[in-house]
Design a protein around this ligand. Structure first.
Ligand code: NAD
Length: 529
């Protein structure tokens, strides 16, 4: 799984161990990578390797039910939890930024984010446009490792998507790998296509080279009102990754170095323009949401007082799913054989025939997607479906229907695994947005249940100081021990999410808690009536 994250087909900058999301690293440095790989090759079934922010620090005698790998990543004592302190410490090679699934070696390339993005745009279409984006214009930006899932997710839901990215090479790469349908030479050309395809109600995705702040303003000035406006520039780490206007991506590093104050000022100006334009679109009637990059937080720091006047995508579209313990369940064929995944695709559709959205997704992803790195699949399943499917996978490995073990994992953006007040836990019913006990409990619970890898991390998605989240992977190797662990881990990992949302007062989560046999102290399993 570690090598898969760093596969050149998957990782953003494999030579620097950067996997995705700005500078999200899988390991600290070259030496750590090799020491980790050596340790994993010789690790016994009753030993646990400990990793401190991407560096291996010890192998401990534990037991067969314990995780083989435990991690803590980018953790800083709260008072010191700022980008400034992080940079100082990273410079001394004492820590590294792991984003989310880069740190926990469970990144599977664009398909991982593709499912979440598909799910989001599906929910957007259901909430605002009677279930389809047909004849609708979606304006967004950022064609990076995560952002490039947007155009496909929009067109799969029938819409027209204009995606702005400042880096010409990135736009070309996305055209070359069919992540966008066409690359427009100018805004005029893009708008001609948009008018045509929106009118004909046909899907199309267009990549346009430009700075989002500039292009959004130009679109607003022409009195064009996109139906949906969002953004996936790397605003979680504005200083290192977000490009200010007037600066070419290849000039950014030297300008940062030669004149940091000027550079910071340019960023502030760009962010303010970028966000104010999004607010103007909202005022004109566009559906506007923050797509998980903390652009509102960055813009607020840059002086936009009402930066938080539009919601983030999770609060608005995905939280109801988390209340059912439904979230991004991933599995990876360690054989490297795509057939192993196709066989599990057939099984999942037979196992959950009532889930029409699941069928649509599997059929779509099979037609539209080629595997990068190890063949993998991601589907949103609830807390009862996950252990059931895990059992079936383990049985398929045991009986030889699959040619090798399967790694089962998930995104950190899941029901019970994250505290992130500008994303997953924004505007919680009981005001518990910044309570970070839940992801810590989630990691501890997963370790107790026997997950193969468990980690707890800080700063993923929204940047240093803004989130705490946990990762989990478990290997289905066909053994009875795996069966026992899968049953526990795959149920209670999302199950804790139901407890968390019930505790915050969400009626659907409370109903699940009541009906699904959770044991709550003092209530004998029937808490929250
Ligand atoms: P990335 O670093 O791989 O790519 C960012 C892209 O944005 C690059 O192609 C860059 O050229 C472009 N860009 C930078 N500044 C720009 C500007 N001003 N105008 C136009 N384009 C610009 O990042 P990524 O992995 O795609 O992630 C994007 C953001 O989404 C990050 O902030 C990440 O933390 C966040 N994120 C989102 C989710 C989610 O579920 N939606 C999950 C995790 C992270």
């Amino acid at each position: 799984m570690l090598e898969n994250c760093l596969d050149p087909d998957i990782a953003k900058l494999p030579n620097e161990f950067i996997v995705y999301g700005g500078t999200g690293r899988a390991v600290r440095d070259y030496e750590s990578l090799h020491r980790i790989k050596d340790a994993l090759r010789s690790l016994e079934d009753n030993e646990t390797l400990l990793i401190q922010s991407g560096k291996p620090v010890g192998i401990f005698l534990t037991n067969r039910m314990a995780p083989r790998v435990l991690m803590s990543g980018t953790m800083l004592v709260p008072k010191w939890c700022t980008w400034e302190t992080y940079f100082e410490l990273a410079k001394k090679n004492l820590t590294t930024f792991g984003q989310s699934t880069a740190a926990s070696w469970s990144y599977i390339g664009t398909q991982g984010i593709m499912q979440g993005t598909w799910e989001t745009f599906k929910q957007v279409s259901m909430e605002h446009f009677a279930g389809t984006l047909s004849g609708k214009l979606i304006l967004t930006s950022g064609l990076g490792e995560m952002g490039s899932a947007q155009p496909i997710a929009v067109t799969a839901n029938g819409g027209v998507c204009l995606v702005v990215d400042v880096d010409k090479q990135v736009v070309k790469k996305r055209l070359h790998t069919s992540m966008i349908d066409i690359m427009a030479e100018s805004l005029d050309e893009a708008l001609d296509y948009i008018q045509d395809f929106v009118q004909r109600k046909e899907p199309l995705s267009i990549g346009l080279v430009g700075n989002a702040a500039d292009i959004y303003e130009q679109i607003l000035t022409r009195s064009i009102k996109p139906d949906v406006v969002t953004d996936q520039t790397p605003a979680h780490d504005v200083y290192n990754s977000y490009i200010p206007t007037g600066v070419k991506p290849e000039e950014a590093a030297s300008l940062r170095e030669s004149n940091p104050e000027h550079y910071e000022q340019l960023i502030r100006i760009t962010l303010a323009r970028h966000l104010k334009t999004m607010i103007s679109f909202m005022k004109k009637g566009s559906v506007v949401f923050d797509y998980g990059n903390n652009i509102r937080g960055a813009a607020k720091k840059a002086g936009v007082i009402d930066a938080f006047c539009f919601p983030n995508f999770i609060t608005k579209y995905l939280r109801p799913l988390f209340c059912e313990g439904r979230g991004p369940f991933r599995w990876i064929a360690l054989s490297g054989d795509p057939e192993d995944i196709y066989k599990t695709d057939d099984v999942i559709l037979k196992l959950f025939p009532y889930d029409q959205k699941l069928r649509e997704w599997v059929e779509f992803v099979q037609q539209r997607f080629t595997f990068h790195g190890l063949p993998a699949r991601v589907c949103w399943l609830n807390f009862e479906e996950r252990p059931l499917f895990g059992q079936v996978i383990n049985e398929m490995v045991r009986s030889g229907k699959l040619s090798a073990p399967i790694a089962i994992t998930r995104d950190h953006m899941d029901a019970g695994s994250v505290a992130s007040p500008y994303r997953e836990t924004e505007k919680m019913l009981d005001g518990s947005d910044a309570i970070a006990d839940w992801p810590v409990l989630n990691a501890l619970l997963n370790a107790s249940c026997g997950a193969t890898l468990v980690g707890i991390y800080q700063g993923g998605g929204v940047g240093i100081g803004y989130s705490i989240h946990s990762g989990m992977s478990i290997i289905a190797d066909g053994s009875e021990t795996a069966q026992e662990k899968l049953n526990l881990v795959l149920k209670w990992d999302p199950g804790l999410g139901i407890v968390r949302y019930a505790d915050a007062g969400y009626p659907v989560a409370r109903k699940n808690l009541r009906q699904k046999g959770f044991k709550i102290p003092g209530n004998e399993g029937t808490s929250y009536d």
